[in-house]
Design a protein around this ligand. Structure first.
Ligand SMILES: [Zn+2]
Length: 199
């Protein structure tokens, strides 16, 4: 049901464009915005615009950053010989939170999914393969999720990487991660075990 108030209905329509927000949630959010102090609403609006204009992808690893290269890529203390491939920035954030890894990353921004026409070119896979030619890695850790799509992506990457660098060590996180679980939600101890026991 619509509110019959144009500006309010416009806001509800806008909010519904966000993933996971349906009509009911959009209505609830819109009503809570109505009840907020104007300064808070202004702050949310400012932050929306600010993040959109400032945040972009790191030119090297495709992590999110406000600079040319992200904080991890530009940190001299990180081991530049170790590359960890993840599906999403959320996975990277969770790995960083667990403090178990000191190498650098490559963020794919998704996984292969033929049903949704997501092939290698829709992800940052060509850029990953390019990095193998220009950067001197001793190991690539495939930390895609233990889901069907994540496993498919890891399998594809293993073949593609082997074609370019036949002798490069390629590992996959251990089975401690239960099938179907997303790396972004896994607790630090389980992540550490999966990392330590990678094969
Ligand atoms: Zn980076």
């Amino acid at each position: 049901m619509e509110s019959q108030i144009k500006s309010l209905d416009d806001l509800i329509q806008s909010l519904k464009q966000l993933p996971g927000i349906g009509q009911r949630s959009a209505q609830k959010l819109a009503l809570s915005i109505i009840h907020m102090p104007k300064v808070k609403v202004q702050n949310i609006a400012d932050n929306l615009i600010k993040v959109k204009s400032k945040v972009h992808l790191c030119r090297r690893c495709f992590n999110l950053t406000e600079m040319d290269e992200c904080q991890i890529c530009s940190d001299p203390g990180r081991d530049k010989n170790l590359l960890c491939v993840v599906e999403q920035p959320l996975d990277l954030w969770n790995l960083e939170k667990a403090r178990i890894y000191n190498g650098i990353y490559h963020v794919l921004h998704g996984h292969l999914n033929p049903l949704d026409s997501i092939g290698p070119d829709e992800l940052f896979i060509p850029q990953l393969l390019d990095r193998l030619k220009t950067e001197a890695f001793t190991e690539v850790i495939l930390a895609t999720n233990p889901t069907i799509e994540g496993e498919t992506t890891a399998m594809y990457l293993r073949q593609a990487i082997t074609k370019i660098k036949p002798n490069l060590k390629i590992s996959r996180l251990a089975r401690g991660l239960s099938t179907g679980s997303d790396i972004e939600y896994v607790d630090p101890l389980t992540l550490k075990n999966a990392f330590d026991n990678r094969r």
